[in-house]
Ligand binder design. Sequence first.
Ligand code: MLT
Length: 342
Amino acid sequence: MKQHLLSINDLSREEIGSVLDTARFDFLDLSKREIKKVPTLRGRTVINLFYEKSTRTSTSFELAGKRLSADVINVKADSSATGKGESLKDTVLTLGAYRPDIIVIRHPHVGAAAFVARYVVAGAHVINAGDGKGEHPTQSLLDIFSLQQEFGEDLAGLRVAIVGDILHSRVARSNIIGFQKMGMEVKLVAPPALLPRGVEALGAEARHGLDALADVDVIYLLRTQSERHERANYLPSLREYISRYQVGLRHLSGGQKVLHPGPINRGVEISAELADSGEHLILQQVEAGLAVRMAVMYRIIVDSAAAAADEAAAGDSRAGARAAEGEEAAGKAKIKNIRAVG
Ligand code: MLT
């Protein structure tokens, strides 16, 4: 892994597979043990900096850090100095004084995680836990993990339809990239107003009706992000949206699985009947999220330490080579001098 995880594009397909193997083989079963804790990050400090409402992601990162034995500090915007006018930059510089190893950031603005990465104290790692409608890379990782648990590790050729408010969804953005990296075919299903402009450039087929669900293996539902709708009326009528886009049991043909990042809006994008059925993987996604975030926190520290050690070793051997070259040059110079004297 790189120093920071800001986008799912920071990971290659192989790296995604390797991080998810760490989640699967090292951390998934921890929840089933009596003592649900390992000493892996003892003495490390994790700061969770949340400027937006969250239940799943914030508890998942908090518990992941605690189960790895890190010292975990949770900062919520409504109870932080932000309410007193402090800028994100100053908050990050302030928290840097604690020498954190990891800062997890959720923020309503696209690019906030990259901004934090610019000002974070040297050596610390930044994990993007959702930046506005930008990206949510750990959600994509946990979704890929959940699909692997269900369909096997090789997801190539699996067909998925992402349905709902794609325009405002960071989950959709990360998953379009992440699912395609794993070789999956992605279809986007939404009313035209809730699809991003130039959607074809994302490499996914765009459709406007639920008939598009007939030939997919996976249906990935999204809530309408009304908190990001303030500048326009994207949904002239919620009733009409529900009648055209709500997914219920009647839309499923055998063997299809339904995913949703949560929070679900029961009776809007998902029928109550489907929400109460065993046809979705929503709770498996939450369980996967914990193991995956433990793996991300562990690997982001360990991999970059290994990369630094490699670099130092390469530096040593470069320095060794330079020293040898220097000695050789000095030797030649000496000979020259001797000859000159002689
Ligand atoms: C997110 O943070 O983007 C959520 O997990 C999905 C949502 O808010 O609808």
